[in-house]
Design a protein around this ligand. Structure first.
Ligand SMILES: [Zn+2]
Length: 93
């Protein structure tokens, strides 16, 4: 486990780990496709009022009014720290 990550490493985790892939295949959250959007069960409020944006690589919950990048998503789903989330993501990159 590292004590810190270089900004470049963190940027790669945020931008190059596809958020939909992370949600569906790695974290195995429930998801569905509707109206052309990939929607996932929000790990905070457990609603499907969500979408992902492939351009920004962010997942958004419209109910929580919150955006999740891949690091945020791992922290919320696994209830872990920022560094634990970075360790987890560095292993799947
Ligand atoms: Zn939510």
């Amino acid at each position: 486990m590292k004590n810190r990550y270089a900004p470049d490493d963190l940027m790669r985790m945020r931008n190059h780990i596809d958020i939909a892939y992370l949600i569906a295949d790695v974290l195995a959250l429930p998801w569905k496709r509707s109206e052309g959007y990939f929607r996932f069960l929000c790990p905070d409020c457990a609603e499907f009022n969500t979408a992902t944006n492939a351009k920004t690589n962010l997942a958004r919950c419209f109910r929580c009014e919150r955006n999740f990048n891949p690091i945020d998503m791992v922290m919320v789903v696994k209830h872990c720290s920022f560094l634990d989330a970075a360790d987890f993501l560095s292993q799947i990159m």
